[in-house]
Design a protein around this ligand. Structure first.
Ligand code: A2P
Length: 295
């Protein structure tokens, strides 16, 4: 059984979701459908991934009742600002073919215009009050960004989705989340960013890590399954991406074995404290300017 996590407003969310970052639009609909047929009930997408429409098609084609599925998406930076974000909600629901979104989050802090980030979050608060979204949150926020957000808004984010895998485990950020009732959600949970092609030759793939391989062998499981177990047993949500039906199934076959405290500690010890993805404190003007099309 996919464990259910309870967010700080009482809404529940299946811990493991299907990620679709870098899923080609043409493959996304089938991946979502396969995942739902496999038993997944949580899909994580984003306006910036360019595949919300295909996520909606996959949901519709699966035949699984909408009420059973937890849909999460993200507002891109070019839509920051109060009115812009309200409109971005309409774009997202229009593409997804849904009236309500389960979890709507800001894709990242725009540190070159934090006041607009705050205005966007206020729009999320309004959508929450109107019942158009069931929970709201953020992504790629550091404790500094969260503290600044707390000072300017009312609703504590339910979730902060951040880069988190055994080579970048962010223990201080996780402790900060725990202190404030924010659920930690891992992107790149099986370390995809440490082995995506073209993301830097010098990267060491966590998928090839010897310690993880040894633990995996012990349980007769794959490295990905061990990493997902590590997230689950430490109370995190994780959204592994795959478009491959076997790997989609493999990433969901993680509810029938358990890592020991010693194994979890061995994985914790792999943390290098160095992120593979973008630093959220460094603005990326070109990327931020990407326009999200109308529905
Ligand atoms: P694919 O879509 O071909 O399966 P992350 O979610 O950590 O970013 O990882 C995503 C990457 O890991 C993708 O390249 C995906 O490719 C690959 N992947 C997904 N599941 C597995 C698995 N169980 N074993 C190995 N690679 C996987």
């Amino acid at each position: 059984m996919n464990p259910t996590l309870t967010l700080n407003n009482g809404v529940t969310m299946p811990a493991i979701g299907l990620g679709v970052f870098q899923s080609e639009p043409a493959e996304t609909s089938q991946a979502v459908r396969t995942a739902l047929e496999t038993g997944y009930r949580h899909i994580d997408t984003a306006a910036a991934y360019g595949n919300e429409r295909q996520v909606g098609e996959g949901i519709a084609a699966s035949g699984v009742d909408r009420s059973e599925i937890f849909v999460e998406t993200k507002i891109w930076v070019s839509d920051y600002g109060f009115d812009q974000t309200l409109h971005a909600f309409d774009k997202a629901t229009g593409k997804l073919g849904l009236e309500q979104i389960d979890l709507l989050i800001l894709h990242q802090p725009a540190t070159d215009r934090f006041p607009a980030t705050v205005e966007s979050y206020r729009a999320l608060e309004k959508l929450l009050a109107q019942g158009r979204v069931r929970a709201i949150g953020v992504s790629n926020f550091t404790p500094r960004h969260l503290t600044d957000l707390f000072a300017a808004t009312e609703v504590v984010p339910a979730v902060n989705q951040v880069e988190l895998h055994p080579y970048f485990a962010q223990p201080e950020l996780q402790a900060f989340h725990a202190e404030h009732g924010i659920l930690t959600q891992a992107w790149s949970p099986i370390g995809g960013i440490t082995f995506y092609p073209g993301w830097g030759e010098e990267r060491v793939s966590v998928m090839d890590d010897e310690t993880i391989a040894a633990v995996a062998k012990e349980h007769d499981r794959s490295p990905a399954q061990v990493m997902l177990r590590w997230h689950l047993q430490q109370g995190r949500s994780a959204i592994p991406k795959s478009t491959n039906p076997e790997r989609i199934a493999q990433n969901f076959a993680v509810f029938d074995f358990e890592l020991s405290a010693g194994e979890l500690a061995r994985i914790d010890a792999l943390d290098r404290g160095v992120r593979s993805g973008p630093d959220p404190d460094v603005p990326r003007p070109e990327r931020f300017a990407m326009v999200i099309p109308e529905a």
